[in-house]
Structures are given as structure tokens and as C-alpha cells.
Design a protein around this ligand. Structure first.
Ligand code: SAM
Ligand code: SF4
Length: 335
């Protein structure tokens, strides 16, 4: 069944239409990546977290007003045992053309279990986060993780026919030494690789002033070893994408710190508690869970209000990288 999608799209005060909804389905995770979370985290009580039905109800309102793509993220989405119910609920929207894409960002530890289901529910591409190929370094970076589970997840996803983009957060030191191996690993397996600058969100117990590596610096050094030619960004996101001549694969740089891309922002983020954030780098948010218990019209009014407050651009910059701009951890909205 198709929705009536003829209503005017949601637009912010700078004329940017919302085409892309990121749905954070949980703040929980089976890892504690050093750039994302603190070692000890306090998670939300389950009653504060939206049910799958509530998520579908809110997502539907976005889809009827111009949203064409939904990314499920977290925390780690696949730690929620009812996640396949969400994908099953979204699947018909893509099948009937109301959505162009349903996708997922995952740390990959549970991907082997769910890869086939995801394909069955119309997911065609997933982003898998992997910052290193070294088992010890992976364990240190994630504080808990076993890299083999991610590698098995990647294999299962490829076998199930999912296209994969690896996401790696850039950092100084070992990452710079290993990045060539990550490029080869991804491209040999037909996967894209995106390198993300670390953003100052939440206290993690690690000094970002020590770890944060500018993509501008990294790209300069990569250009001495690889032939990078500007290429089309198929996902329409903020990554600057290059074709790597030596591998034939694609390498993207997502550079919120060194290269502001907010002018083309087409996305909003819904937290797992039902708060709508119009910008990852801004505290402004509105509650949609309560209005959803009343009527669609109330939700629509709340969304329009929030969009009116959407800032022109985020406020991350290199000078303040050591002290988080925001208390909120990345795991609240999932990127
Ligand atoms: N758990 C899933 C995962 O790791 O893919 C989804 C949520 S995670 C918060 C989404 C993405 O944000 C991951 O690619 C992760 O590497 C990235 N990320 C986490 N903290 C970050 C930070 N401080 N700066 C930049 N990217 C970050
Ligand atoms: Fe978990 Fe993803 Fe954050 Fe790592 S980046 S702690 S996997 S939510």
C-alpha cells in the first residue's frame, strides 16, 4: 500500500528540504569505541525507548512529506531483538516506491545473524564500522570487541548480496600506518571505504586533541601513494568521494571539522526516545513521542517548529576539538 505523498515536503528556514531520516533505535551497544562512548555508560530505561510501532508511525509522517531515505542507526541497532520487525515494517514502503532506500549503520558484530533477513526486507546497502584490521588494536579501540565477528559479518553480508561501505574514524598514529591496508582490504572485496573525522561529541575519557586527525592532512599523505580522482557520490551524502586508480574502488572523506558541508544538508535525526534533532552539532530538539499520542497534525506542527530552528551550520571546529561541544555522545543519534 502506498501513502499519499503529495503533501509539501518539510523545509527548513534556509530552504533545505528534508529527504533523509536517520532513525536511532537504541542508545545501547555491545562495544565501547573510544571515540564514541565512555567506558562506563548509563543507558536509558527501556520504557523511555520508542517501540517499533511508534518508530513506524513517526517515520511514516516523514515519508508522506518528502523523506526518500531512512537509515537505521544507534547505538548498535542489531542489539535490539525486535529490529527485524522494524525492517519488515519498512520493507513495503520501499517496495511500493514511497522510499528510495532503507539502510543501516552497524558495527557488524551481529551482521552474520541478520544479513539474509536484511536483504529479504529490501536493504541493499549497509555501512559497517571498522577502523582497523588488527585484532589487538580493534579490541583496544572498541574496549570489548572481537574483530572476527565483524569479519564474519562482512562475509555474510557480501554473500547475502548486500553492498557494503566500511566506515573508519581517522586517528593519529596507528591508523595512519594502517590506512593503506584498509583501502586494499575494502576495495579487494568490492566495498567502498569512508574515512570520517572524529567529532567532539560527549566525554569519552580520551583526549580528542591527541587522536583527531584532519582528513585534509590524511588525504594529502594518501595522494602521495594512491591516485585519487574525484568521483560521483552515489549516496548523495556529505562525503567527498574519489576513485582510487590502483584498486578501482571508491574512497570517501567525511570531514565535518575541516570542510563544512551544511549548505546541502537534507537530513534530520530521530533519537530512540522520540526526540527530533535537526542538526548533529546542535543541542536543539523537540519531542515527537507525546504529540504522536495525539494526532499526526500535532506531530507535523512539532516537526515544522523544529525545522524552523535548524541552524544554518554545525559548530564543530579544530580549535575546540579537545572539549566536547555537546554532552551528547555520538551513540545517541548514530552519526
Ligand atoms: N553502532 C553502529 C556503528 O558503529 O556503526 C552505529 C552507530 S555509530 C555511533 C555510527 C558511526 O559513527 C560509526 O561509523 C562510528 O564510527 C561513528 N562515530 C562514533 N563516534 C564518532 C565521533 N566522535 N566522531 C565521528 N564519528 C563517530
Ligand atoms: Fe557502539 Fe557504534 Fe559507538 Fe562503537 S561507534 S560504541 S559500535 S555505537
Amino acid at each position: 500500500m502506498s501513502f499519499d505523498t503529495s503533501s509539501a515536503a518539510f523545509v527548513d528556514s534556509f530552504g533545505r528540504a528534508v529527504r533523509y531520516l536517520r532513525l536511532s533505535v537504541t542508545d545501547r551497544c555491545d562495544l565501547r569505541c573510544t571515540y564514541c562512548m565512555a567506558e562506563k555508560m548509563k543507558f536509558l530505561p527501556r520504557k523511555d525507548v520508542l517501540s517499533v510501532e511508534e518508530m513506524l508511525k513517526l517515520a511514516r509522517i516523514f515519508v508522506t512529506r518528502g523523506t526518500r531515505k531512512i537509515r537505521v542507526t544507534g547505538g548498535e541497532p542489531l542489539v535490539r531483538s525486535d529490529m527485524m520487525d522494524l525492517f519488515e515494517g519498512l520493507a513495503p514502503w520501499r517496495a511500493c516506491g514511497d522510499l528510495d532506500e532503507i539502510t543501516l549503520t552497524t558495527n557488524g558484530t551481529l551482521l552474520a545473524r541478520y544479513a539474509e533477513d536484511l536483504t529479504r526486507f529490501g536493504v541493499r546497502r549497509v555501512n559497517v564500522s571498522l577502523d582497523t584490521l588488527d585484532a589487538d588494536r580493534y579490541r583496544a579501540l572498541t574496549r570489548l570487541g572481537n574483530i572476527q565477528r565483524v569479519l564474519d559479518g562482512i562475509d555474510a553480508a557480501r554473500e547475502a548480496g548486500l553492498r557494503i561501505r566500511l566506515n573508519a574514524v581517522a586517528s593519529r598514529g596507528a591508523f595512519e600506518e594502517e590506512v593503506d591496508d584498509l583501502i586494499s582490504f575494502a576495495h579487494l572485496r568490492g566495498m567502498d571505504l569512508a574515512i570520517i573525522e572524529e567529532m567532539p561529541l560527549g566525554q569519552t575519557g580520551c583526549d580528542r586533541g591527541q587522536s583527531c586527525l584532519s582528513n585534509a592532512t590524511l588525504r594529502k599523505s594518501l595522494s602521495q601513494r594512491w591516485t585519487l580522482t574525484p568521483a560521483r557520490n552515489d549516496s548523495g551524502g556529505p562525503a567527498q568521494v574519489f576513485q582510487v586508480a590502483e584498486t578501482g574502488g571508491k574512497l570517501g572523506f567525511i570531514s565535518p571539522i575541516s570542510c563544512n558541508f551544511c549548505a546541502a544538508c537534507n537530513r534530520v535525526r530521530l533519537s530512540c526516545t522520540g526526540r527530533l534533532f535537526t542538526c548533529l552539532g546542535d543541542e536543539g530538539s523537540v519531542d515527537l513521542r507525546t504529540p504522536a499520542q495525539r494526532s499526526d497534525a500535532d506531530v507535523i506542527a512539532a516537526i515544522r517548529d523544529a525545522l524552523w530552528q535548524k541552524p544554518e551550520r554545525h559548530s564543530f571546529d579544530q580549535a575546540t576539538i579537545s572539549s566536547p561541544n555537546l554532552d551528547r555522545h555520538m551513540s545517541v543519534l548514530g552519526g
